[in-house]
Ligand binder design. Structure first.
Ligand code: E4P
Length: 217
């Protein structure tokens, strides 16, 4: 399973990339706002750090304007993945951008039928937002199961990119279902390593080692 980080914070991205944990990055207009930077400059910096797909989202809602924005974003770097919303215009843009050989991430997916449409439009990635579905009292991971079944039924090549991840449990469930990618905030990715028994065991080993009076090397 691939790990993308869901942030436009260049410092956090550099830190996670140095740990060898990153396969890609997702951004959106809200994350660009949070970064305080300009979309072209921030995206350029991220693409220099991470060689995998870096999603940058169009903000137009009409097809031809989306295509113009996609052209601008695509010029930033070869690994820019154009993110389009799950609307009829977005799906039309997805098909057109894919025919030009670019990666496309179709975002704001909240139903299996929407995911089916994105796959038919040739999306590279579909981004179902599990956390936002949980927020309205429905199990977001059930949508991942449905999309996985549908994509397997028809051997669609679109990768399931589990988005709006809020907990380490979302990551585990996505892996159990067989999703291709999770995109998670930096803190959630770092929390995957945590276990109290690991900390306790390490403390014990270090204490016993100190008692031996030995050193290695
Ligand atoms: C990723 O592509 C999405 O933009 C992101 O995961 C949304 O997450 P949120 O629901 O926490 O804003």
């Amino acid at each position: 399973m691939k790990f993308f980080v869901d942030t436009a914070d260049v410092k956090e991205i550099r830190e996670l990339n140095d740990l060898g944990l990153l396969d890609g990055v997702t951004t959106n207009p809200s994350l660009i706002l949070k970064s305080g930077g300009k979309i072209d400059e921030v995206t350029r910096q991220i693409c220099e750090i991470v060689k995998g797909p870096v999603s940058a989202e169009v903000t137009a809602t009409e097809y031809s304007e989306m295509m113009q924005q996609a052209k601008v974003l695509a010029k930033i770097a070869d690994n820019v993945c154009i993110k389009v919303p799950l609307t009829l215009d977005g799906l039309k843009a997805c098909k057109a951008i894919r025919s030009e050989g670019r990666l496309v991430n179709v975002t704001l997916c909240f139903s299996a039928n929407q995911a089916l449409l994105a796959a038919k439009a040739g999306a590279t990635f579909i981004s179902p937002f599990v956390g936002r579905i949980d927020d309205i009292g429905i199990d977001g991971m059930e949508l991942i199961e449905e999309i996985k079944t549908i994509y397997d039924n028809y051997a669609f090549e679109t990768e399931i990119l589990v988005a709006s991840v809020r907990t380490v449990n979302h990551v585990k469930q996505a892996a159990l279902i067989g999703a291709d990618v999770v995109t998670a905030p930096p803190a959630t990715l770092k929390a995957l390593v945590k276990h109290p028994l690991t900390d306790k065991g390490l403390d014990q080993f270090l204490a016993d080692w100190a008692k031996t009076g030995q050193s290695i090397g």
